[in-house]
Design a protein around this ligand. Sequence first.
Ligand code: C5P
Length: 397
Amino acid sequence: MRIVLGVTGGIAAYKAAALCSALVQRGDDVDVVLTEGAERFVGALTFAALTRKPVLTSLWEAPETIPHIALARAADAIAIVPATANAIAKIALGLADDLLSNIALAARVPLIVAPAMNSAMYEHPATQANLATLRARGVTIVEPGIGFLAERESGVGRLADQEAILAAIDASATRARELAGERVLVTAGPTREAIDPVRFLSNASTGTMGIELAREALARGANVDLVLGPTSVTPPSEARVVRVVSAQEMYDATLARAPGADIAIATAAVADWRPVQTYAHKRKKDEGAEGMSLERTPDILATLGERKNGTFLVGFAAETRDFETFALEKLASKRLDAIAVNDVSGNDSGFGTGPSELVLLWPGGGREELGRAGKGELARRMWDALLRVRAERGTRT
Ligand code: C5P
């Protein structure tokens, strides 16, 4: 495995040398990047001797090689050990004023951050908020332990043990390859069913859950097709995104991409009804609503279920009551391999970019509570559960 080991300027930097040695000994190819602060604690020579490679310390050393982009692309994982409060703050904000912060910003591979600092700095709300931001983006934080600190007192902020850091690096790198070579199809967002040129029937979906599931599938190495209804939430640029407006357009785009998909997840809140007739001109108030009637839209997921040929099919059920009963009916009627249920009766759950709560159900009585979390975190939990269920059932084609 090729690992970029970023070392920042804290006293625990000396422990990064032992970690570097352990990585090299087990056969990893390690590129060490030191910040200016790190160099004050440990010499580049130590790491150069361990890795038998030049140690990188500056953005300006060999600009013709564009080192930050080259390293960000070549690495399987980037581990920042130790990470100071300042390094964490810079990455959370997207600042890029030295080689390591540039690599962290350019990289699309797993990032593992092992904080080490004084307790007060670690517990400060600013540091905690920055760590929460990184976690929400899928960065693995290897929590510091409680122990003897450089201030000669015991407290939280001590760099995690080497075994914990190695395990976190391995888990992140394994996860990054979990869906390699697979094609994942996701539907997301609302649809709009036109009444006239300015009015439509729709719902409050923002597409966030589907976008996060697509992002996580990409992070695990999949090729992702995302069929997305109207939303202002930005989808990941690495996905092949097809923008659609109506249920019919979503149906056409999804069914065109379904053959050969390994996994399809329907998160879209497809409008169930559409006006039978769309007026060519804006309907005047005094023309009334007489004659306006609705018809059912095509059920995309049910059609995927009818035609499924080896695709692992996952649906969503947003309900305001009896939600698991309704979800189990859908699981059977749409021939799904799993269904994620959320209770949208409260005004702080379900739709929108905020946190949500999900329960995953699968045929044969399988049930797992994914808990309440931000949708990025829920997407990670859901993929963990889905891939475990699929592996247990041996449904892989
Ligand atoms: O039947 P119901 O709409 O409650 O089912 C919800 C699930 O079906 C979701 O996964 C949703 O994306 C999908 N669905 C669909 N096409 C529709 C209606 C729902 O794909 N027309």
